[in-house]
Design a protein around this ligand. Sequence first.
Ligand code: NAD
Length: 504
Amino acid sequence: MTTSLRDSVLSALQACGVDTTILDHGDLRTRTPITGEELFTLPADSTESVDQAISKAHEAFLHWREVPAPERGNVVRRWGELLREHKRDLAILVQSDAAKTLSEAEGEVQEMVDICEFAVGQSRMLYGKTMPSERPGHRLMETWHPLGVIGVISAFNFPVAVFSWNTALALVCGNTVVWKPSELSLLSALGAHALLAQAVTDCGQPADIHHIVLGERAVGEQIVDDPRVALISATGSTRMGHEVAPRVAARFGRYLLELGGNNAAIVSPSADQDLALRGVVFAAAGTAGQRCTTMRRLIIHESIAEEFTEKLVKAYRTLTIGDPRDEGVLVGPLVHHTAFENMQEALRQAEAEGGEILCGGKRVMAEEMPEAFYVEPAIVRMPSQSATVHQETFAPILYILTYRDFGDALDLHNDVPQGLSSAIFTADQTEAEIFLSARGSDCGIANVNIGTSGAEIGGAFGGEKETGGGRESGSDAWKAYMRRATNTVNYSGELPLAQGVKFL
Ligand code: NAD
């Protein structure tokens, strides 16, 4: 097993065009959560090499910003083609880094292909508005320009998709990119980056428009503090966002934050229960609870709570937990020992706060794989939304809370510090509309009759409150990677002042 995992990762790296001579050198360890074994070591970037990467990206920007946007789009188109071609190879690397099932890992690469296609179209749609001027013989309009170097800092659980959301758009908008992937997901990062490098070469564009820098949080901090980096797009925990935001703000840089979630679904008495059940199980237990959009709270009407909970517990007992490479496995391991400890601590606290563990929470396969952390997804019935329920624990724990009045359900729903994703299962149109209205869900994503996870790239992705307020991916998220200039052109031959002001 050990050899075959290392071998399949090695051939996937080679297929993606990674320079494998760097493997087994350096201090960065690449450990797979699937078995817990260390696969390779890699050299970390030094302060000097990070500085050099930023310098080169900055220099490349001075040229890249002048390349016509549709031509910039060609690089992203080519990247999308290569990603499509190497979907399986990159998925193997994602699987090794993040322990996803192959279907989910391939889905992550598909998301990259999708955003590339979206960004290619966007490269011809960097629209600015024209507004009527109040002065005769004047034109008033806005134009959009690239920002400069974009620093992308990403999390382990979507090791490559989030990079592509940022990079595909940043590049077509005329920026250059320096990427610091998570120290927990370096191999898939190398694969994704090598495919981009190939696309850049194939299109005859300068290699320096994108850089990858490897290291732990100190490398992230260096990018965060560098004034040549115009925008920091950081994805990760709320703790990380709390550290990053004030540092970037202190130098008047821009930031785009995609942080933790504490996502809930309301299940109303009118809901199609079978549909709700499937939606809840996928969102709560899928990816072993390690999605930012994982459903962590179920707010269910008291009249159906018992019946639904019974069905849910039954469904949880059928989930196959195991090596995500094996056919039929639905739930892989947690990323590391600390994640397991955090889950155990949350369960202990929940019990101390009056919670009742209805199923799950135990470690499995510990004897076969002592360095890997497989757990049974847990369901915990809570008497109230206690302190533990307010936190994001990055593990498969679903807290069940009940409500009597719809208004109380909404209050419970919004009464957490995070605001990423949300859902309601209902056949009552009024409830659905209220949930989507200003007095409904306060999250960046609000769904009806679909779970909290599994967003499409066409919409803007992100959340409110402690989730950070950033938006990435579709819709008009491209604007975050550009600066807006308002232009007034006077072709009147006179010099009338706005608001009728007279001077000279
Ligand atoms: P993390 O915060 O531990 O690390 C994320 C990245 O930030 C890593 O690359 C890390 O090296 C870097 N980092 C950490 N501290 C830093 C600092 N002070 N300065 C600069 N860089 C720093 O997160 P993680 O454990 O990798 O990922 C899980 C978390 O990410 C969860 O909270 C999850 O909800 C969140 N997440 C959010 C989204 C979203 O779109 N909202 C998407 C994926 C993950």
